[in-house]
Design a protein around this ligand. Structure first.
Ligand code: HSE
Length: 372
């Protein structure tokens, strides 16, 4: 396999280092803006040198961001090259275009490193689908948010300090609002559900609530009741109905989710044969992420170009009812749905996920967390 590598940052450099030691693949060209010298690969700023090179059969996109990654990946597929990417925003946003295009062109298109970093989550979902129907996917998918929540809960660190530290450690996205507002997890659950259920969710209907408004007082409230807050995604299918959302969720101490430390991820599937299976590991970082990019290249070499075929577009119905912790301005709806008071906050009666998120949209300074 001859690889054209787009990007030579955290992930790109890791891919280069891992493939250097292998006989079955070689990074032939690297497209990046930095002045890098590599003994065995041509470095260029011109993507056409990769796209128009017929000896390059696979493009690894490790640039991140939507543009120009989208234009480059699309052009690579149109040029008949396999594509491997770790870019969750790109694949979740352009799923309906890129997957059918890859299928039409008869090339491979894989993105295992896009969800869970070094955890072989999407490739395990692919294997799982061979013998069972998956009913539910989701879990802790963002290392930055887990790091912040864990630091606040276990060490009493202030939110802003914990976020700064997560940025310093290289876990956060270029714009950390993407992490704390739940967008990164939103991309990851869309991708996971699409692949697990073999469909394409209507993205506009997938809901998200983040952790950006959590305070030390909220955390104290949870600790006093033996609860731990985590940012969690959920994707479900049952009898042709699909649900998908991202939201802070409270887990009793002693549950696996409550114990996930630092920047780790814990992602779970529930299938009709296997029942519940969870996958734990490093959700970000150079070598864990590059490991799964190279695994995808090996999978393509062994004939596994796709996780699943492009499925039909489906509507999302988030009418599931849950109880929520809510701290924010009171109003008539909240008063009518309050079941109890928790030191400056309320706990609701069961309300639909969609109604609770609609309330949050009208109260942007509030913080909500579902009771698991
Ligand atoms: N910002 C992401 C995270 C990186 O914190 O999980 C890995 O996708």
């Amino acid at each position: 396999m001859k690889i054209g590598l787009l990007g030579f940052g955290v992930v790109g450099r890791g891919v280069y280092e891992i493939t250097e030691k292998r006989d079955d693949m070689q990074v032939a060209k690297v497209v990046c803006l930095e002045d890098v010298f590599l003994p065995d690969a041509e470095v260029t700023r011109d993507v056409k040198k990769v796209l128009e090179d017929d000896t390059i059969d696979t493009v690894v996109e490790a640039m991140g961001g939507l543009h120009p990654a989208y234009e480059f990946v699309r052009a690579a597929l149109e040029a008949g090259k396999n594509v491997v990417t770790s870019n969750k925003a790109l694949v979740a946003t352009f799923y309906d275009e890129l997957l059918p295009l890859a299928e039409r062109m008869g090339v491979g298109f894989r993105c295992t490193a896009a969800v869970g970093g070094g955890i072989g989550w999407l490739s395990e979902v692919e294997r799982s689908r061979r013998i069972q129907t998956i009913h539910q996917v989701g879990g802790i998918m963002n290392g930055t948010c887990n790091y912040i929540l864990d630091s606040m809960t276990r060490l009493g660190v202030d939110y802003a300090d914990a976020l700064r530290q997560a940025q310093k450690l290289g876990y956060a996205e270029a714009n950390p609002a993407t992490d704390v507002e739940g967008t990164d997890t939103w991309h990851k659950i869309i991708l996971s559900a699409n692949i697990a259920f073999g469909v394409s969710l209507n993205r506009d209907q997938v809901l998200k609530a983040g952790i950006q408004n959590i305070t030390a007082a909220d955390v104290a409230n949870f600790t006093a009741r033996g609860l731990v807050c985590k940012l969690v995604s959920t994707g479900k299918q049952s009898d042709g109905r699909y649900a998908a959302y991202v939201q802070p969720t409270l887990f009793p101490v002693g549950t696996p989710e409550s114990a996930v430390p630092l920047n780790y991820n814990l992602i779970t599937l529930i299938g009709d044969v296997s029942d519940r299976m969870s996958f734990f590991g490093q959700g970000a970082g150079r070598y864990p992420t590059a490991y799964n990019v190279v695994q995808d290249c090996v999978d393509i070499l062994s004939g596994k170009g796709f996780y699943c075929g492009y499925g039909r577009k489906v509507e999302v119905d988030n009418s599931d009812k849950l109880c929520y912790y809510v701290r924010g301005e009171q109003d008539a709806w909240l008063a009518e749905h309050t079941a109890g008071q928790w030191d400056g906050a309320v706990v609701t009666k069961p309300v639909s996920v969609s109604r609770m998120h609609a309330w949050l949209a009208d109260h942007p300074g509030a913080f909500i967390a579902a009771l698991a």
